[in-house]
Design a binder for this molecule. Structure first.
Ligand SMILES: C[S@@+](CC[C@H](N)C(=O)[O-])C[C@H]1O[C@@H](n2cnc3c(N)ncnc32)[C@H](O)[C@@H]1O
Length: 252
């Protein structure tokens, strides 16, 4: 799928399902049973202000940060409407490739579950570097491939069979394997690159359906998604692991 088709797919996806990423990730827990992925992401930004929440979606990060120093930007009107409804403060509708902020405006940048999507990727990284102040710190959260338990791997394999897909894919997969190199080209130095498994509980039928619905599945017909959800109801009462990656960087 080319970049334009991906952009159209993502715009429709988020218009139709605002807040779905927040709904899934706020229920996810790390090995300590307490930390969710957003809390983990923000640890390196403790005390940093002002912070740009790049591709903020429904703004799950704003209440976890100093609300006065937080600004969220996203291109989805649907996501921003949900953020407003939740009471999020300073929101801007804009595109990551042409950020409407002054150079060096932010001491910190958080980008949760979006760096693997942003198009065109080189422009988004250039803009991210431009608005970050010298010495500023950035954090990225993105899907990983590990760690997963053997039970998780079996579940993903079964899900992929139902969906007739080889694996979950994102438009920037080729560049995110070498994020350090892509960031270095814009004067950003990676200081941390960690991976963690978070568990998502499947309490009821709806939580299985919501998890599957939260996956980007361009080209997969709705009837196949529905059939996958129906056949995975045996997962109720258990959980699935989501492998996430946190990248921390600094601007020289
Ligand atoms: C998976 S959601 C993550 C939302 C939120 N950060 C979270 O973690 O819950 C991805 C977000 O990226 C936004 N997005 C995708 N491409 C974008 C772009 N070029 N500029 C701004 N936002 C973009 C989408 O509208 C969507 O809200």
């Amino acid at each position: 799928m080319n970049a334009l088709r991906w952009a159209e797919y993502l715009d429709h996806f988020h218009q139709d399902r605002p807040g779905i990423t927040e709904d899934i990730l706020t229920r996810a827990r790390g090995a300590d049973g307490a930390t969710d992925p957003y809390r983990w992401l923000l640890e390196p930004l403790d005390g940093v202000t002002p912070v740009l929440d790049l591709a903020c979606g429904s703004a799950p990060l704003w209440r976890r940060q100093d609300p006065h120093g937080w600004i969220g930007v996203d291109r989805s009107a649907g996501e921003l409407t949900r953020a407003v409804t939740a009471g999020a403060g300073r929101l801007v509708r804009g595109d990551a490739a042409t950020l409407p902020f002054a150079t060096g405006r932010f001491a910190g940048i958080a980008c949760s579950m979006a760096i693997m999507l942003l198009q065109p990727f080189p422009s988004a990284v250039r803009e991210l570097a431009r608005v970050l102040a010298p010495g500023g710190i950035g954090v990225l959260l993105l899907p990983g491939r590990r760690p997963l338990t053997p039970a998780d791997l079996t579940r993903y394999a079964r899900l992929m069979v139902h969906l007739h897909r080889a694996r979950l894919a994102y438009p920037n997969d080729r560049v995110t394997v070498r994020l350090d190199a892509a960031l270095a080209r814009e004067g950003l130095r990676v200081t941390g690159d960690e991976r963690r498994r978070f568990a998502i509980p499947f309490d009821d039928r709806d939580s299985v359906a919501r998890f599957v619905e939260s996956l980007y599945l361009p080209g997969v017909p709705a009837h196949r998604v529905a059939a996958a959800v129906a056949s995975l109801q045996g997962w109720r009462g258990s959980e699935i692991g989501v492998p996430l990656r946190r990248v921390v960087f600094r601007r020289a």
